[in-house]
Design a protein around this ligand. Structure first.
Ligand code: AR6
Ligand code: MG
Length: 313
């Protein structure tokens, strides 16, 4: 596998996640109608700060890079080291971090959360294991259970990781995505973990064609929960990828749908970034992204190093 091709997909996914997260952060918790009234269509990034979604994704990338493998104990340590409470974590995550800090093993710190937090960060597992479906699923489940033990929280992470992995594979093979087949495959893979999440995912197949971004955002908002639950957010993000023509449209549909907008943007951005590549991310969004410390350049470096490992085989 050529390094350049892997790098374009991996960095597209990682920075696509960060860009969608930062774009959506500004309107987190707003309804679709409120965003439409205020902005018409939200298209510009404000201060470029990312949230807990990207902070935890960085932890997963660091863990993968250190071990050339996925070790949940390592990932849990990275989550704790990177933890900035002001990034906007879900309420249960503060307790998870406190237990990690006390020295409890990773198996004992999580809760029965059905939140979308395991899915929002999982993209690196998806693109790193894109060539091995069995391992991808196994590692996605492990990575989720550190914090989220509810079947819906786990299924959301598996669906998001699979979506990223499948589009990475298609891109590298130079194949186009057949949206209906793609959604069916993702849904089938999570049926055994959570039939409820699988059923929500199948709704994507029934979405009509969207004339423009606003129409797509409205469709997502009326069809899915778009909220902090895995069941409400993951199908909406995958739906945004399916409806959008290109990276920018997919992320804008996700963010303008309203609800948990940073996470919808992060997940749609991670899938679309893997498929359309780094070069498809609007320059203005990349320019706007925070860069100091573990920011844009650091994320790019991690993605490149992961691509190098895969290229070496
Ligand atoms: N029973 C009742 N409420 C629950 C349950 C449950 N089993 N599971 C989750 N909740 P959390 P996350 C509610 O804290 O998934 C941030 O904005 C409960 O109110 O595990 O990592 C992130 O950026 C809980 O606090 O966090 C994400 O977008 C909440 O769901 C989003 O929040 C979130 O679950 C979710 O983050
Ligand atoms: Mg967030």
């Amino acid at each position: 596998m050529r390094f350049e091709d892997l790098q374009e997909a991996f960095s597209g996914s990682a920075l696509g996640c960060a860009a969608g997260d930062a774009l959506g952060r500004e309107v987190e918790g707003w309804s679709h109608e409120a965003i439409r009234r205020h902005f018409g269509l939200l298209t510009e990034m404000q201060d470029g700060r990312y949230t807990d979604d990207t902070e935890m994704m960085i932890g997963l990338m660091e863990a993968l890079l250190e071990d050339r493998e996925f070790d949940p104990a390592r990932a849990a340590r990275r989550f704790l080291e990177n933890f900035h409470p002001w990034r906007g974590y879900g309420a249960r995550i503060y307790g998870v971090m406190a237990r990690l800090k006390q020295g409890l093993p990773w198996q004992e710190v999580g809760t029965d959360s059905w939140g979308n937090g395991a899915a929002m960060r999982v993209a690196p597992i998806g693109f790193f294991f894109f060539d091995d479906r069995g391992r991808l699923k196994e590692k996605a489940i492990l990575s989720a259970t550190i914090t989220h033990k509810h079947p819906e929280g786990v299924a959301g992470a598996v669906a998001q990781a699979l979506a990223v992995g499948m589009v990475t594979e298609r891109r590298l093979q130079g194949q186009e995505i057949d949206p209906v087949g793609f959604v069916r495959e993702v849904s089938k893979e999570v049926e055994g973990i959570s039939p409820e999440v699988a059923e929500e995912l199948r709704k994507i197949e029934e979405l009509p064609h969207a004339e423009d971004v606003l129409e797509g955002a409205r469709l997502l908002s009326s069809s899915f929960g778009c909220d902090i639950s895995a069941k409400g957010a993951v199908p909406a993000a995958i739906g945004a990828f399916v409806l959008g023509r290109g990276f920018r449209e997919a992320v804008l549909m996700a963010v303008n749908a309203g609800g948990d907008t940073d996470t919808l943007g992060a997940m749609a951005g991670a899938i679309a970034g893997a498929y359309y590549g780094l070069r498809a991310i609007p320059e203005g969004w990349l320019l706007g992204l925070e860069d100091e410390g573990k920011g844009k350049s650091y994320i790019l470096h991690l993605a490149e190093e992961l691509a190098r490992i895969k290229a070496e085989g």
